[in-house]
Design a binder for this molecule. Structure first.
Ligand SMILES: Cc1ncc(COP(=O)(O)O)c(C=O)c1O
Length: 427
C-alpha cells in the first residue's frame, strides 16, 4: 500500500535533523553487536537512582490516594490537571515573586508539542497571505525546531557572533544584534536557554533585549527552558528566568526524569495561553494525567527543585568537567579547537576551526574507532546562508560513563590530529 501524501503529509514523514542521524546510529550499533562503542550521541537523560526513587515514591502516594481514579479513569480539562497548574503557580509566585493565576499556565504532552502549536499558531501565512516568520535569534539551536512548522519557509535563524578565547581553546556564541531583525512580519521568536546543543546560556540582558525588540510588534517570545532552573536546574552558570508580557516561559519535565510521561508547560499572558490551549483541544483534547499528578506531588513537597539542584545539576556538571579536562590534556595545543563554554544542558559542543573534512565525514571516522557523537550541521535549523562553521562542529553527550567520556575524548583527539595532519601532507 502506497497512499498518496499531501504536501504536509510528505513534509511530516521526513525525519528531520538529529532524528535522521539517530537512525544511522541505531543501525551502526545493531550492525556492530559485540564491538566496543562509546555512544556519546544520546539526548535521552540517564536514569539517576534518586530521581527514579522520587517518581516511585510519588506514584505510591498517588496510588494510595482517593484521587487515583479521577486522574486515570476520566477525561480532564484541556488546560491540564488543575492540581499541577496550582502547584506550578504557587511555586513560581513564591520563588520569583510573580502573580500567576491558573489562566497563565498550560500543560502540554511534552514541550515539543508546545513548539508545534506556537510555530503554527503564530508562524506561517495569515488570512491575508502574509508570511509570519519564526525567528531563531541564535543559530545553532535545538534541532527539533526544524520540523515544527507546517510552512517550513517560515523558519528563519540568525548567525551568532563568536567570543573566542584562543589561548584557553574556549568560545561562546552571542546573539548578533547588528543582524537580528524582529519586525511586523515576525510571528514568534524561539530559543533554548540553556541551549541544546551548545550548553550556551544567553545572559539576562541578552534575553531582555530580544524581548524588547519583539514588544512593539506584539510578538510572542518563547524561551525554551527545558534545562533551566528551578527544575531540572541544568545551568552551571548563574541565570534567572526572565518573565514579561510577551514572554512564554516554556518548560519540560523530561530532564527531571519524566521524558516518558511527556509533560511540557507554558507560562505566560492569558491571551497567548488561550490560543495554544485551543490548538491543543483540537489536536489531542489534553495531555495524559498520570505524569501530571505525580509531578504536582513532587513540586508541592519541594522535592523536585531540591533533587534538581542537589542531584541532577552536579551529576552533569561533573561529566562536563571530566570531558573538558580530558580534552585539555589530549587535544594538541597547536590545533584550532574550541570547546563551547559549558554553561548548562547535557551536552558539550566542540568547534574544530578550518576542519579539513566535513563534520559528517569526521562523524564517520569517529564511528570507525568506536566513538559516536552527533555531527553539528544538524543543529542549524532555519539558517539559510552557507557558513563553514556549520560543518566544523560536533555535539558530544554528557550521558556516557566517566570512562566512556575519557576514552571517547582521547580517541577523538587522536582522530582529529590525524585529520589535520593528513590535510597538511596532501596540500
Ligand atoms: C531544548 C529542547 N527543547 C525541547 C525539547 C523537547 O522536550 P520534550 O518534548 O520532551 O519536553 C528538548 C528535548 O531534548 C530539548 O532539548
Amino acid at each position: 500500500m502506497n497512499p498518496a501524501l499531501t504536501q504536509i503529509g510528505a513534509q511530516m514523514s521526513n525525519l528531520t535533523g538529529v532524528r535522521a542521524i539517530m537512525k544511522d546510529i541505531i543501525e551502526t550499533l545493531q550492525a556492530g553487536v559485540g564491538q566496543e562503542f562509546m555512544n556519546l550521541s544520546a539526548g535521552n537523560p540517564l536514569i539517576l537512582p534518586e530521581v527514579e526513587q522520587l517518581w516511585r515514591h510519588c506514584t505510591a502516594e498517588l496510588l494510595a490516594s482517593s484521587e487515583y481514579g479521577e486522574v486515570v479513569c476520566r477525561y480532564g480539562s484541556s488546560q491540564g490537571y488543575a492540581p499541577l497548574i496550582e502547584a506550578l503557580a504557587n511555586d513560581f509566585n513564591k520563588r520569583y515573586g510573580l502573580n500567576l493565576k491558573s489562566s497563565n499556565i498550560l500543560i502540554t504532552p511534552g514541550s515539543q508539542s508546545l513548539y508545534f502549536y506556537a510555530a503554527n499558531a503564530f508562524g506561517g501565512f495569515t488570512n491575508n497571505g502574509e508570511l509570519k516568520e519564526i525567528v531563531l535569534p541564535l543559530s545553532p539551536d535545538y534541532t527539533g525546531y526544524g520540523g515544527v512548522c507546517l510552512v517550513p519557509q517560515a523558519l528563519k535563524a540568525y548567525k551568532p557572533t563568536l567570543d573566542i578565547d584562543a589561548a584557553a581553546h574556549r568560545f561562546k556564541y552571542r546573539p548578533d544584534f547588528s543582524q537580528l531583525s524582529i519586525t511586523e512580519s515576525t510571528g514568534c521568536v524561539i530559543f533554548s536557554r540553556p541551549c541544546n546543543p551548545t550548553g550556551n546560556v544567553l545572559s539576562d540582558d541578552e534575553v531582555r533585549k530580544i524581548a524588547a525588540l519583539a514588544t512593539p510588534y506584539n510578538v510572542p517570545v518563547l524561551i525554551d527552558s527545558a534545562y533551566a532552573p528551578p527544575f531540572p536546574a541544568l545551568n552551571f552558570t548563574e541565570m534567572t528566568p526572565v518573565f514579561g508580557e510577551n514572554i512564554l516561559h516554556c518548560m519540560s519535565l523530561s530532564k527531571v526524569g519524566l521524558p516518558g510521561e511527556r509533560i511540557g508547560v507554558a507560562i505566560g499572558d492569558e491571551s497567548m495561553i488561550q490560543v495554544l490551549e485551543c490548538f491543543q483541544t483540537n489536536l489531542c483534547i489534553h495531555p495524559s494525567r498520570y505524569g501530571q499528578a505525580i509531578a504536582a506531588i513532587a513540586i508541592n513537597s519541594g522535592a523536585l527543585a531540591h533533587i534538581a539542584a542537589e542531584v541532577i545539576r552536579p551529576f552533569y556538571q561533573q561529566k562536563f568537567a571530566v570531558l573538558e579536562n580530558t580534552l585539555d590534556a589530549a587535544m594538541p595545543k597547536d590545533l584550532p579547537w574550541f570547546l563551547h563554554r559549558g554553561e548548562g544542558a547535557i551536552f558539550a559542543w566542540l568547534w574544530l576551526q578550518d576542519l579539513p573534512i566535513t563534520d559528517w565525514e569526521l562523524y564517520q571516522k569517529l564511528k570507525q574507532v568506536g566513538v559516536i557523537v552527533v555531527p553539528g550541521s544538524t543543529f542549524f535549523p532555519g539558517l539559510r546562508e552557507e557558513w563553514h562553521h556549520k560543518h566544523q562542529c560536533l555535539r558530544i553527550s554528557l550521558t556516557g560513563t566517566d570512562e566512556e567520556i575519557v576514552k571517547g575524548m582521547k580517541r577523538l583527539a587522536q582522530v582529529t590530529e590525524q585529520v589535520y595532519q593528513q590535510a597538511i601532507v596532501t596540500a
